[in-house]
Design a binder for this molecule. Sequence first.
Ligand code: UDP
Ligand code: MG
Length: 318
Amino acid sequence: MKMKVSVVVPMFNEATGIVGFLDGQLMPVLNKLSYDVEVILVDDGSVDKTVEKVVKKYGSNEKIKVVALTRNFGKEIALTAGLTYATGDAVIMIDADGQHPVEIIPQMIKKWEEGAYIVTAVRGENTTRHKMGSRIYYRVMRICGNKDIVVGAMDYRLLDRSVVDEFNKMPEHNRLARGLVDWLGYPQEYVKVHTKNRVDGKPTYSHKKLVTLTIDGLASSSRTPLVLFGYIGVAITVVSLILGVFILIQQYILGDPLKLDWSGAVAMSVFVSFLVGLVLVSQAITALYISQIHTEAKGRPLYVVDKRKSIGLKNDKK
Ligand code: UDP
Ligand code: MG
């Protein structure tokens, strides 16, 4: 039997550009491959008729399947849904907005044929809007102990079937698909790309969403923030203890030989506000972890598929 390559495309309000992307970019490349192909379009609760448009245009195209989520669950969950429904021997995840250059797909597949489990596109020259943001993101992730993260690694990736099967076993809600893929530990191959500007429409990730994503990604993959604040807490306690002893001895026992003439109230209020600030920050961090535990503990399904709007789904798993 012929091997199959699946392509998972998350879509959120991509009505203006999606047909151009599929007809003009993705399909021409896929049609040249010597594999069976399947495109899984995951609609992440678009409100601009993306699904209607796609179903109308490709409803009878056997290669194209649509997974319609009932509302906006976020790109990471949309990718997860797509990976669950993908049936290919290799699965490629790619953005719908044309920023991930389709030209490298044959290169990715070649590496897979040569035995790669995961082929990750790595941003060479960075020209996109979030370049500062993503650079900071990777630096922070690295500082916090996620050493294996390659700067510029994108979530434009090819995954072998064995990787997809393992990925599909992971139940957590707060997730960054690429973080989970990295965690699985399979060796990765890299392909350098130059990202492009969006073909059409606006970026659907606001800066606020990106910040949330970074914070969640951190809290779900690293204990460093917690440990860090533990260390800061210890340091401040030790320093204030030493200072306190110093003030006690020099001012009150020896009678201020250094002529500093510190008022006790000033020194105390500085310490107190310092400590109060520290407590507040560390509490906020704890709250972050608790909120994640809360989400996981509820054990809800990751997403809900609107079966009536979806088309071509055979393996109705979840
Ligand atoms: N996307 C999604 N759900 C969302 C936000 C984005 O499925 O809540 C999709 C979007 O349609 C696109 C991809 O994720 O295919 C990347 O989104 P975008 O281009 O807005 O992000 P950026 O390029 O800034 O990373
Ligand atoms: Mg984009």
